[in-house]
Design a protein around this ligand. Structure first.
Ligand SMILES: *[C@@H]1O[C@H](CO)[C@@H](O)[C@H](O)[C@H]1NC(C)=O
Ligand SMILES: *[C@@H]1O[C@H](CO)[C@@H](O)[C@H](O)[C@H]1NC(C)=O
Ligand SMILES: *[C@@H]1O[C@H](CO)[C@@H](O)[C@H](O)[C@H]1NC(C)=O
Ligand SMILES: *[C@@H]1O[C@H](CO)[C@@H](O)[C@H](O)[C@H]1NC(C)=O
Ligand SMILES: *[C@@H]1O[C@H](CO)[C@@H](O)[C@H](O)[C@H]1NC(C)=O
Length: 420
C-alpha cells in the first residue's frame, strides 16, 4: 500500500519540517533576545564610559548629569536631610556657624593668622618680641631687604635704634631709664650681651626683652664686628628705625632725649670717625691689596652712628668683610671706617668723619681715660656738652668711659645739667 505509505511518509515529513521550523524559530528568538540584551549592554557601557570621561574633562558632564541620566526616578539630592559635618574647631577668633548648605561643601579653612599679623600692620608695628632663631647668615640676608618703593604707604615716625654692645650688665641703666622715659614711641633698644651672662631685667624697664641672640665677643677680635653687624641687622628688621647708634655699657647721654632725637633725625650726615693718618696706616696689611689700597684704608673710633641707607650697605657687604676678617688687626676700628670710602663714594661723602661719642685719649694709651665718682661734677659735664667741632652746633651727644661709681653723681646732675 504505497498510498498509505505515501500518506504516512508525507505526514511524517511534514511533522519533521514543523519540528525543525519550531526549533529554528526558538533558536532565532533566543538569539534575538541575546542580541537585544547585548546591544543594551553595549549602549549602557558607552554612555557610562563617556560620562566618566566627561567627569575628568573640564567641561560638559558632571556627576549630577550622570546621575540625572540614570537615576531619573530618585529624588533630587537636596535639600539634604542632615546638616553637613561641623568644621573642625578653629582657634580664635571664632568663625560664624556655616550657613545651611544646599549641597555638602567643605568647611571654610581655619584662618591661621589674624588679619593684623597677616597684613601690612606687621611693618609699621613689628612684634614687640625681638627674639628669633635665625643664624647670623640668615639674619643678615633678611635684614638686607629693601622696599623698592621709596615712599611709605602708612604714617611712619622715624625711630632711633640705641644699640648697646656690652660684655655683661649695664651698670648705668638707671641713668638711661631716666633719659628714655616718656619717649617710648621714638626709639628702640637692642642689647648684645655675652651669652654666658644670665641677667635679670625687671618688667617695666626699657631694657626688658631687648636682648638679641648673641655670641661671645673678645675685645679687638673680628667677632666684635660680627656683634656690631648682629645689632645692626636686628635693628634693621624694624622698618621704623632710621638712625642707628652704637653704645657701650660705659656710655652716657650728654643731652636729653629731645635734643639727641632731633639732632639725629634732622641730620643729613652719618657719624663714623674715619681718618687717614700714619697711626692708622701702620695697621694696613698688604694682603688686602688689590681690593683695598693703602690710601683707601681708614681708622676711627668703633662707636658709630649710621642712617638706614648706610646700615643697609654694611649688613649687605659680603665682599670686603671677608678680607677684613682675614687680614685686619682690630677690624672694629677699620672695617666700617674704610667701607664708607670704598663701597660707594656718595655714602662716604655724606659721612661727617667724626664720632658723636666723646672719649679722652689724652693719656695716649690703648684705652681712653675712665671717669669715676671723683671726676663727675657739674663743670666736667658742662665742658663735655659745650665742646665744639668745626661748624657743628653740637659736637658730642654721648660720652665714655663712665665707671659704675659715677652713677650716683650722674643721677644727681642729670636733671640740672643734662635736663632730663
Ligand atoms: C551638566 O550639568 C551642568 C550643570 O550642573 C551643565 O552646566 C552642563 O551643561 C551639563 N552637561 C550636559 C552634557 O548636560
Ligand atoms: C618671645 O618668643 C619666644 C619664642 O620665639 C619665647 O620663648 C619668649 O618667651 C618670648 N618672650 C616674650 C617676652 O614674650
Ligand atoms: C628738624 O629741624 C627743623 C628746623 O630746624 C624743625 O622744625 C624740626 O622739628 C626738626 N625735626 C625734628 C624731628 O626734630
Ligand atoms: C669725610 O672723608 C671723605 C673721604 O675720606 C670725604 O669724601 C668727605 O667729604 C669727608 N666728609 C667731610 C664732612 O669732610
Ligand atoms: C632738653 O634740654 C634742653 C637744654 O639742653 C632744654 O631746653 C629742654 O627744655 C629739654 N627738654 C625737655 C623735654 O626737658
Amino acid at each position: 500500500m504505497p498510498i498509505q505509505e505515501d500518506k504516512n511518509s508525507s505526514s511524517l515529513s511534514s511533522y519533521v519540517v514543523t519540528k525543525l521550523l519550531n526549533a529554528l524559530m526558538n533558536h532565532f528568538l533566543s538569539l534575538l533576545l541575546y542580541f537585544l540584551i547585548l546591544s543594551v549592554g553595549v549602549m549602557v557601557g558607552i554612555i557610562v564610559h563617556s560620562s566618566l570621561q566627561a567627569l575628568y574633562s573640564p567641561s560638559s558632564l558632571t556627576i549630577q548629569n550622570v546621575s540625572q541620566l540614570f537615576i531619573v526616578t530618585s529624588p533630587p539630592p537636596h535639600p539634604s536631610p542632615s546638616p553637613p559635618p561641623p568644621p573642625p574647631p578653629c582657634p580664635s577668633p571664632p568663625s560664624p556657624p556655616p550657613p545651611p548648605c544646599l549641597s555638602p561643601s567643605p568647611p571654610p579653612p581655619c584662618p591661621s593668622l589674624s588679619s593684623k599679623e597677616n597684613g601690612l600692620e606687621m611693618f609699621p608695628r613689628p612684634s614687640k618680641n625681638i627674639t628669633h632663631n635665625m643664624e647670623d647668615k640668615e639674619l643678615l640676608w633678611r635684614a638686607s631687604m629693601v622696599p623698592k618703593i621709596r615712599s611709605y604707604p602708612f604714617p611712619r615716625t622715624p625711630k632711633v635704634a640705641f644699640m648697646f654692645l656690652s660684655k655683661g650688665p649695664l651698670p648705668l641703666a638707671p641713668l638711661w631709664e631716666m633719659f628714655f622715659r616718656g619717649h617710648e614711641d621714638l626709639f628702640n633698644i637692642y642689647v648684645h650681651i655675652n651669652p654666658s651672662y644670665k641677667e635679670y631685667i625687671p618688667q617695666g624697664s626699657v631694657f626688658h626683652g631687648r636682648r638679641i641672640p648673641s655670641k661671645t665677643v673678645y675685645w679687638g677680635n673680628a667677632n666684635m664686628v660680627e656683634a656690631e653687624l648682629r645689632l645692626l641687622a636686628n635693628a634693621l628688621l624694624d622698618i621704623n628705625n632710621e638712625r642707628f647708634v652704637l653704645l657701650s655699657e660705659s656710655c652716657i647721654p650728654l643731652f636729653n632725649f629731645t635734643i639727641i632725637y632731633s639732632y639725629l633725625i634732622n641730620s643729613t650726615q652719618t657719624h663714623v670717625e674715619s681718618y687717614d693718618l700714619p697711626v692708622g696706616r701702620h695697621r694696613y696689611n698688604s694682603r688686602m691689596y688689590p681690593h683695598i689700597h693703602l690710601d683707601q684704608f681708614r681708622k676711627g673710633s668703633q662707636w658709630f652712628e649710621l642712617d638706614r641707607a648706610m646700615a643697609l650697605e654694611v649688613v649687605s657687604d659680603t665682599f670686603y668683610w671677608p678680607i677684613f676678617n682675614a687680614y685686619c688687626f682690630v677690624p672694629d676700628e677699620h672695617y666700617i671706617q674704610t667701607l664708607l670710602n670704598v663701597i660707594r663714594p656718595s655714602l662716604g661723602s655724606r659721612n661727617s668723619n667724626r664720632t658723636l661719642t666723646y672719649a679722652d685719649w689724652s693719656k695716649n694709651g690703648a684705652h681712653p681715660r675712665s671717669f669715676g665718682e671723683s671726676e663727675v661734677n657739674v663743670e666736667f659735664l658742662e665742658e663735655l656738652r659745650s665742646k665744639s667741632c668745626g661748624d657743628s652746633e653740637l659736637c658730642f651727644l654721648f660720652g665714655r668711659k663712665f665707671l659704675p661709681t659715677a652713677l650716683d653723681n650722674l643721677l644727681i646732675f642729670s636733671s640740672t645739667v643734662m635736663h632730663f
